[in-house]
Design a protein around this ligand. Sequence first.
Ligand code: SF4
Ligand code: SF4
Length: 424
Amino acid sequence: MSLQDYRPMMERCSMCLNCRWIPFDKIKSQRYGQNCPSIGYYNFNTNTARGRFQMAQSMLDGRTTYTDDVIETIHSCTACGACDMACKVCRYNLEPLDHNLELKAHAVADGKTLPGQLPVIENLVKENTMLVGAKKANRMDWAEGLDMIDLFKETADVAFFAGCQYSYNKDLQKVARNAVKVLQKAGVKVGTLGGADNCCAGRALQMGFTKEYNDQSSANIKAFEKAGVKTIVTPCSDCYHAFKRQYPKSGSTVEVLHMVEYLDRLIADGKIKFTKSVPMSVTYHDPCHLGRLGESFTPWEGKEKKILNQVHTWEPRRPRYTGANGIYDAPRNILASIPGVELVEMERIREYSWCCGAGGGCSDTLPEFSSWTAGERLTEANATGADALVSACPWCKNNFANAVDENGNKMQVLDIIELVQMAL
Ligand code: SF4
Ligand code: SF4
């Protein structure tokens, strides 16, 4: 689609501004009623989904040009999808998140990018990873000494896809190693593409770099086919979303499971048994791309039409992604099964969770905005009285851990795999 294709949505936005709040019946306090990091930080209505519709319409009509403020506003969206869920509580014919991303892609195609975006994308093109400075040649360093099956030679139960953060981030590499060890101990034959895989590139899509996403995802789909991959397990929520929701649009048929889904199954089947108590109260952060954006892709072909020359609809009916069917129970089941762990929930959870701030490339391009967003979540987590904030995504963990360092916040931040490891 092009930005022009979204014009009917721009025109039918009712400007109700539901897109900046979690649904009113879910709000527990004024302090944690907002859902959109972008308007939360910039305090300007143009940063909402509604504002983005209006800005795009104004650009198409030639009333708005690219100023520095306009370019920053377009890219200051973490692609968290909270506006999308909020809009769909009462609207059925708008896709605010898809539009936000199309607006970014439109700006990128016009050469209107932020300075921090280009090194990330250059590294993706040259080294197949979006972590600046990381090299393709070192992609499998994290797995040294692990007895993983080479999928180009043998079959395995699952292909383990660590993703860029777990592969290159020194603080997270041990988490990926532990994830593989936990699976192996449970009797799972774990395979690898041995570095033939690239970055999932979902983050490039979130930043508006469509061509770069297409190049990387096509190469990955070919590598999966060549190695005969049937099932991927990934501990990264960004990779999960890319493989599960985006790659099927390009023909991928591989089954995709997040590590928490697979662990939940192994625990339920008695293949993982916890032997130690972890006396700790924790609060769980739902990663956007595992939770509300973690629903399966549903193929759809059809066209837009008007009923009685008034009501916009689609024929046949379009799939409706409301976030209700994201991955929420599996991580909570895991936490409930660890002896000693007590879960205390934050006010904004499941499809109405607050974003960690790393998405949409914002941790690279707009670090102050990204850090503020993470700090908001840390404050909310601290309000529960929990000992630790637990998540299931390396981008979330990294962004929270950096915000702890920057803001002096005392909250301990853990990956759920670390908790599992502590109980074995
Ligand atoms: S995008 Fe949706 S929720 Fe936001 S103002 Fe428009 S109709 Fe309302
Ligand atoms: S995707 Fe998230 S950050 Fe972007 S406009 Fe929607 S709620 Fe705000």
